[in-house]
Each structure stands twice: as structure tokens, then as C-alpha cells.
Design a binder for this molecule. Structure first.
Ligand SMILES: Cc1cc2nc3c(=O)[nH]c(=O)nc-3n(C[C@H](O)[C@H](O)[C@H](O)COP(=O)(O)O)c2cc1C
Length: 173
């Protein structure tokens, strides 16, 4: 798939079919995540893959909307603050590195006919407890993964994105 087409096809899916996502497919997607760049190549990330129904329900309880429970897979993208690069002024690049990796994940999934949704409005402390995350490892995003029950409207960007000239500035702001 050409890159622009892929970028248009990725959308936030909040409804999935019951079709099982093969472990092989999940692995293929996560292999792409490994390729993501990171500050100083420190790769401060971990991905916890949840496929068991009971564990999906537990993770979904960290989020207030019911639709998440229906996802056949949830991948929790975690940042490792113990290894992430910090700039000399203290800025921690963990979130940025994890976000790039998650973007690889969402696009790789789309490329294989699956869909995802970033979910960040969740109870991170509760999630860390359920996953028994070690100190310094923070759950940054929940990414449900599955076959979409609805297709993306690839023209939605015409109305749902800011106008090009409003966000792109040449030479000066
Ligand atoms: C960092 C981040 C956090 C998000 N958190 C949530 C969330 O908690 N719940 C949700 O339903 N969607 C969430 N979204 C999805 C956005 O609402 C969605 O990407 C945006 O509306 C654009 O729609 P699209 O992804 O279909 O193009 C999040 C997206 C990003 C990038």
C-alpha cells in the first residue's frame, strides 16, 4: 500500500469483529515496532500483549467506555523511564519514543487489514498494578487491535483536519 493511502486508511476503530487475530499477525506488527527510531537508540519501551478474555476485561476496566472490552487484543505500550534519554535540561523523551513506536504499530496493523485506536484517557496506576509493572515503567497508551467492524472514511481528513495553511509555516511563523 502506498504510504499516503496507508496514512489515510488508519483510523481510530472503536468497534471490532469477533475474528481472532493470529499470534503470528500480532508478532509481525510488533516486529515493525522494533524498527522505530528512538532518542540515542535507547528504545525505552515495552509492549504487553493481552489476548485472554479475563485479562482484557481487567485492562478495559481502567477505561470508562465499554467498547474497549470488545477488542480481541489490547497492547499496552509502556515507557521505561529508567532507560529513556534525558536532555541536559531534564526533559524526558520517553513519551516521544513510545509515541513513534505506537505510530509504527498503528500503521503496520492498518497495512495488514486490522485497526487500532490510541487510548490514553485511562487509569494508569490501576493498569500498572494489573500488569505488575516494575518501578519506572509507565503504561502510556492502551492500543486495542482487531479486525474493524467499520471501514475508515478516507475522505474524513478533508473536514476533520486543520487546513494545511493553518499549520504549515514557511521560513517564519
Ligand atoms: C495520544 C492520543 C490519545 C488518544 N486517546 C484516546 C482515548 O482515550 N479514547 C479514544 O476514544 N480515542 C483516543 N484517541 C483517538 C483520537 O480521538 C483520534 O486519533 C482523533 O480523533 C483522530 O481520529 P482518527 O484517529 O480516526 O484519524 C487518542 C489519540 C491520540 C493520538
Amino acid at each position: 500500500m502506498a504510504f499516503t493511502e496507508l496514512a489515510k486508511k488508519r483510523f481510530s476503530s472503536r468497534k471490532f469483529t469477533n475474528k481472532l487475530v493470529e499470534k503470528e499477525t500480532i508478532t509481525k506488527i510488533l516486529e515493525t515496532v522494533r524498527l522505530a527510531p528512538s532518542s540515542k537508540n535507547l528504545q525505552p519501551w515495552h509492549f504487553v500483549v493481552i489476548t485472554e478474555k479475563q485479562q482484557i476485561r481487567k485492562i478495559a476496566s481502567c477505561y470508562k467506555h465499554d467498547w474497549l472490552k470488545q477488542a480481541p487484543v489490547i497492547i499496552i505500550a509502556c515507557g521505561d523511564h529508567n532507560v529513556a534519554w534525558r536532555r541536559s535540561d531534564g526533559k524526558d523523551y520517553c513519551d516521544i519514543d513510545v509515541a513513534i513506536a505506537v505510530d509504527h504499530l498503528t500503521l503496520a496493523a492498518t497495512n495488514l487489514g486490522l485497526a487500532t485506536c490510541w487510548v490514553c484517557k485511562f487509569n494508569a496506576m490501576q493498569c500498572a498494578d494489573i500488569l505488575m509493572l516494575p518501578d519506572g515503567i509507565e503504561p502510556i497508551a492502551l492500543i486495542p487491535l482487531g479486525y474493524p467492524a467499520e471501514e475508515a472514511d478516507t475522505n474524513r481528513h478533508e473536514t476533520l483536519r486543520k487546513n494545511f495553511n493553518k499549520i504549515v509555516h514557511w521560513e517564519r511563523f
